[in-house]
Design a protein. Structure first.
Length: 303
């Protein structure tokens, strides 16, 4: 847990960000773990994923936006992205962070921004509302439910490290909502989240089984080989068809496991970020599973 804490602290450290951005190796980080800094740069990486049978979920990096002008810029980028995806007939979904769409300014501004995106994306493009730190959990779910009554092309994300997630999963199942289940990548206190990895893993497996049994095409977001193996075992034991769910992984992380899932006939979605604000995202992904540090270092040396 010490490594995780250090990485999460580094995610908000501007000096550390400056050092990493100034390192010549940082360009390898961008090309390996981020599809590009512009929409145009994402097209070929997404095509390559699609050719392998992988669905992409594109996410414009950046969050905690505090000016309406920046919110509008984010909305315009997503609107342009939706047009480009439609023109190129790419197999993708879209992921959005509520604070990038103005949640820190007002819930109404965020809802208006997301409504514009859902309208533009309807009916063929699915939009997942990402989950951020626990102070935003309830407001994000409120946002989801308020939009779900009108738009079916919207989904929610649940973090297994939060105590409240079991109750949230049951409510989402009742609403027939599409859910991405992840472990959680923000620094949380023991008052709201399981502090021990073993407890997070156990809760993930419990919530995963509920979604596999009763969920609406859930996304199992994990790079943990043990959890993937447990999921496969549960799926086989309970004769759950492979078209009822998908595994989800991050762009550039554990490509060996991605290929294994594909070879075994599982649906796979790869969360594919783009944009210039890659540093906080990158550090939180390492904190989510510190074992990924090895794969990052290996990638930098043997790209």
């Amino acid at each position: 847990m010490l490594t995780r804490t250090i990485l999460l602290n580094l995610a908000a450290n501007k000096n550390a960000e400056r050092i990493l951005r100034g390192n010549p190796l940082s360009s390898r980080l961008i090309t390996r773990f981020v599809a590009g800094e512009t929409i145009a740069q994402t097209i070929e990486p997404v095509k390559a994923l699609n050719q392998q049978g992988i669905t992409a979920s594109l996410d414009l990096l950046g969050e905690s936006v505090t000016s309406e002008a920046d919110v509008e810029a984010t909305v315009q980028t997503y609107l342009e992205l939706i047009k480009v995806l439609r023109t190129n007939a790419l197999k993708t979904t879209i992921s959005v962070k509520p604070t990038a769409l103005g949640l820190d300014i007002s819930s109404e501004l965020c809802k208006q921004s997301l409504t514009r995106l859902l309208t533009a994306a309807h009916p063929e493009r699915f939009i997942q509302i990402d989950m951020e730190g626990s102070p935003y959990t309830q407001s994000t779910l409120d946002l989801f439910y308020s939009l779900r009554t009108e738009y079916e092309n919207v989904g929610a994300v649940i973090q297994a490290y939060l105590y409240r997630s079991e109750a949230d999963i049951e409510t989402l199942i009742q609403a027939n909502a599409r859910v991405r289940l992840c472990k959680g990548a923000y620094k949380e206190s023991a008052e709201v989240a399981y502090p021990n990895k073993s407890d997070v893993d156990a809760n993930y497996l419990h919530l995963m089984k509920r979604l596999l049994d009763n969920g609406n095409f859930p996304g199992l977001a994990t790079h943990d080989p043990a959890i993937q193996a447990a999921a496969k075992a549960y799926i086989q034991e309970n004769n759950i068809p492979k078209d009822r769910f998908e595994f989800q992984m991050l762009y550039g992380v554990r490509r060996d496991l991605q290929q294994q899932l594909l070879s075994e006939g599982y649906n796979l979605m790869v969360y594919t970020p783009f944009g210039t604000h890659w540093y906080p995202y990158f550090m939180r992904r390492l904190a989510e599973r510190p074992a990924n540090i090895f794969f990052v270092l290996n990638s930098l040396l043997h790209k």
